[in-house]
Design a protein around this ligand. Structure first.
Ligand code: NDP
Length: 313
């Protein structure tokens, strides 16, 4: 017989743990599937970054994995039960909801989905070695690190994120190369104009990024023009992917409404998904801000909404 819980939280990044802290303090005894391998690892995207300087309350900055340990400790302190398992299947068609991992099946009156998103990578040969040694998928998280200051930097992509990140990096960089595979940006007109006008941004059109150069840290990038076939090397101290994110929602397809790119749709101004009693928080429903602090904020909101909803039942 499956265990029955008031509230199951799926995911253990800032959104999941903040939801757990609020739910546990409201005596809901939340049960959390922390995740294991899917979509990165337990603790979410912050565990793959180095220093976090923009999370309020840490004026000196804090290590990403350390911050997530603190989140986890706080959720545990108020009695959140956690298992480091991936959810493999859910059934939200009737209540109580059913959630199954490789190890167990749990029934839940309410569910908060906080499984986050995964920054897309290109899988170039030196990527594993260079990740966090000059390669990153988040300029806002990593761009201000000392290793990138007063250096030429590179952003890959042509969407709003790429342009926004390139603009952001001009604060620190000598030059920002924006490398795009076509001859036209995908970014909105206003963002494009900003990039084109910025004297520190140099757009390299029709070009793909082939690999990072360097021994232990990034010192350059090898690029290939796809129209001429010409290959060249450019000196840079940092390479930032901005080629989109993939929300970690495979397991929920067909159970709740997702937008065409896979993000969970919530009712405006709420964390409520298309299934009553199932809430979403963090990057899994937010492709716009994608910050730890906004994820934590929506995690709090989801827990308060879940608590109210459970009371009404
Ligand atoms: P997008 O999917 O919009 O853009 C991804 C970009 O990366 C595209 O230019 C794409 O090229 C390029 N790309 C994808 N795969 C590869 C690859 N393998 N190699 C090289 N280039 C690749 O993602 P974004 O993260 O930019 O934006 C996501 C959503 O968030 C959008 O709706 C955007 O408007 C929104 N957003 C809004 C912001 C704001 O309002 N301030 C800020 C940031 C995002 P191609 O164009 O050729 O397909």
């Amino acid at each position: 017989m499956a265990d029955k819980k008031n509230l199951v939280i799926i995911g253990s990044g800032p959104a999941g743990h903040t939801a757990a802290i609020y739910a546990a303090r409201a005596d809901l005894a939340p049960f959390m599937f922390e995740g294991y391998m899917k979509g990165g690892s337990a603790g979410g995207q912050l565990t793959t970054t180095t220093e976090v300087e923009n999370y309020p309350g840490f004026p000196e900055g804090i290590d990403g994995p350390e911050l997530m340990q603190l989140f986890r400790k706080q959720a545990a302190r108020f009695g959140t039960e956690m298992v480091m398992e991936d959810v493999e299947e859910v059934d939200f068609s009737k209540r109580p909801f059913r959630i199954r991992s490789s190890e167990r099946e749990v029934l839940a009156d309410a569910v908060i989905i906080a499984t986050g998103a995964t920054a897309r990578r290109m899988g170039v040969p030196s990527e594993e070695k260079m990740w966090n040694n000059g390669m990153s998928a988040c300029a806002v998280c990593d761009g201000a690190l000392p290793m990138f200051r007063n250096q030429p930097l590179m952003v890959i992509g042509g969407g709003d994120t790429a342009v926004e990140e390139a603009s952001y990096l001009t604060k620190f960089a000598t030059t920002v190369y924006l490398v795009h595979r076509r001859d036209e940006l995908r970014a909105s007109k206003i963002m494009q104009e900003r990039a084109l006008k910025n004297p520190k941004i140099e757009i390299i059109w029709d070009t793909v990024f082939e690999d990072a150069l360097g021994e232990d840290y990034v010192t350059g990038a090898r690029l290939k023009n796809i129209k001429t076939g010409e290959t060249r090397e450019v000196d840079v101290a940092g390479i930032f992917y901005a080629i989109g994110h993939t929300p970690n929602t495979d397991v929920f397809a067909g159970q709740i409404d997702l937008d065409p790119t896979g993000y969970i749709i919530v009712q405006p101004g709420t964390q409520q998904t298309s299934v009553e009693g199932v809430f979403a928080a963090g990057d899994v429903h937010d492709h716009k801000y994608r910050q730890a602090v906004t994820a934590a904020g929506t995690g709090c909101a989801a827990a308060l909404e879940a608590e109210r909803w459970l009371q009404e039942q």
